[in-house]
Design a binder for this molecule. Structure first.
Ligand code: RB5
Length: 148
């Protein structure tokens, strides 16, 4: 499984730590993020991670900024992206099971390394449950279509 990961300047250290964690777990990581000393506006990085997922260059995406909020809003502007900004593992897991999220976002100024790793693990191990959730998730697509 290929995981695209991206970060702005607030998320460099946490991105590096999550990247290492993913590699140790056997995932292939596509690092789109910036490095120490560089800067990027978080909506652009959210867009980059989101596009990489919807274009199927990666199976799922992880995006990190200071709060996780800005980068998740950027990612959610890409048609087909369902980005969830989380700060604890329960929501991260449910965002896969119920919302079929394909991008997980979090804030390096909000969560520490260990909590972030737990969220990532729960999220990657969870599967979309379909059924009643599929009808609701299909409405995301309908909303996108109404904007065209
Ligand atoms: C950057 O300083 C900060 O504003 C950004 O990382 C993020 O928190 C925005 O949502």
């Amino acid at each position: 499984m290929i995981i695209a990961i991206g970060n702005d300047h607030a998320g460099v250290a946490l991105k590096n730590s999550i990247k290492e964690h993913l590699i140790n777990k056997g995932y292939e990581v596509l690092d789109l993020g910036i490095q120490e000393g560089e800067k990027i506006d978080y909506p652009l990085m959210g867009e980059m991670v989101g596009k990489t997922v919807v274009e199927k260059k990666a199976d799922l995406g992880i995006a990190i900024c200071g709060t996780g909020i800005g980068i998740s809003i950027g990612a959610n502007k890409v048609n087909g992206v369902i980005a969830a900004c989380c700060s604890e593992p329960y929501s991260a897991k449910l965002s896969r099971q119920h919302n079929n999220s394909n991008v997980l976002c979090f804030g390096a100024r909000v969560v520490g390394d260990e909590l972030a790793k737990m969220m990532v693990d729960e999220w990657l191990e969870a599967e979309f449950l379909g059924d009643r959730h599929a009808r609701r998730v299909a409405i995301f697509k309908e909303i996108e279509e109404r904007q065209k």
